[in-house]
Design a protein around this ligand. Structure first.
Ligand code: MTE
Ligand code: MO
Length: 316
């Protein structure tokens, strides 16, 4: 992966300031007129994101979230380019509605599910630590629901041992999938062991900061697995498959000695090219801004039992 210093960009750099201000005041007016927090999609100005109905969760950390500007301006989403600012610049035009997720493999009710049939009317707020394998971190207030609730709805068949995920392939709208230099093979694919997928900390997110996900963060639906390196949290999911074989995963195929299937955050297992003992805190300023990395990214109490007896150096 590319490892570059941070320069979080401001929303005023993504959108000309007068447009941005217009949208804000338009939204404020519309919200006041409607007297509600939930606006119909038709009331949205272009580029605005719908407010979500959310409820708090006991799984949230009480850490202060990273600014919205950094969460939405400093991203990894190689389908839109390899630079940290490329996703915010290029993902705006991705069509996220209508959206269908194919659920197949070892399930009782396979099918092509419309996004609306998957996402609950009220979603949870999960303020999670987020640790990229590149040794930077954020605290992100996600909105979403437990992956287990969806898997239970479609019915996991006995014999299923893994869950595989796939991101959209749409070169017309994803510049990173066009042209001569392709940094990865598409589709971007990821996977979890079934018990990891069923863990209550594992969520499908459709929002952050109480609003629909920005495209650069993986709209309209992405995985979040807070105790694993960020690349496991696959964006813009179009397929979820239940299988009895460990699925191939994108970064493992790209660099098998550097990126394993498990990719649990572990300060004692270094990346071959850098230490994982510390992390750069995004948004904490140019000076200072590093902190020790915690085992399982601070979720050791909740998830360590999933790996009891496993050699975490061998299973990196
Ligand atoms: N489809 C897809 N999913 C992806 C990526 C990607 O390039 N493509 N990057 C991963 C990496 S390396 C990280 S750190 C996180 C970043 O999520 P964020 O931009 O919302 O912080 O998304 C992950 N999911
Ligand atoms: Mo990452």
């Amino acid at each position: 992966m590319v490892y570059r210093p941070a320069r979080p960009i401001r929303s005023s750099e993504i959108t000309p300031k007068h447009l941005w201000l217009d949208r804000r005041s338009l939204m404020a007016g519309a919200a006041a007129a409607a007297g509600a927090t939930l606006l119909p999609a038709g009331a949205m100005a272009a580029g605005e994101r719908a407010k979500l109905s959310t409820t708090p969760s006991k799984y949230s950390t009480d850490l202060k979230p990273t600014s919205l500007e950094s969460v939405t301006g400093y991203n990894n989403y190689y389908e839109f380019g390899t630079g940290k600012e490329d996703p915010a610049q290029n993902a705006g035009t991705l069509t996220t509605s209508p959206w269908t997720v194919k659920i197949d493999g070892m399930v009782d009710k396979p099918g092509d599910y419309a996004l609306e049939d998957i996402v609950p009317a009220t979603v949870e707020e999960r303020i999670y630590r987020f640790r990229c394998v590149e040794a930077w971190s954020m605290v992100i207030p996600w909105n979403g629901f437990e992956l287990s609730s969806l898997l239970n709805k479609v019915g996991v068949q006995s014999g299923a041992k893994f869950v595989a995920f796939e991101t959209l392939v749409r070169p017309e709208e994803m510049p990173g999938q066009r042209g001569f230099f392709q940094p990865l093979n598409w589709p971007y694919v990821e996977g979890l062991r079934l018990d990891e997928a069923m863990h209550p900390l594992t969520i499908l997110a459709n929002g952050l900061y109480g609003e629909e996900l920005p495209n650069q963060n993986g709209a309209p639906l992405r995985l979040v697995v807070p105790w694993k390196y960020g690349f496991k949290s696959i964006k813009s999911i179009v397929r979820i498959s239940l299988t009895d074989k460990q699925p191939a995963t994108t970064w493992n195929m790209a660099g098998p000695r550097e990126y394993g299937f498990y990719s649990n955050v572990n300060p004692k297992v270094d990346h071959p090219r850098w230490s994982q003992a510390e992390e750069r805190v995004i948004g904490a300023g140019l000076l200072g801004g590093t902190q020790p990395t915690l085992m399982f990214n601070g979720y050791e109490e909740e998830v360590a039992s999933l790996y009891a007896g496993m050699d975490l150096k061998a299973n990196y």
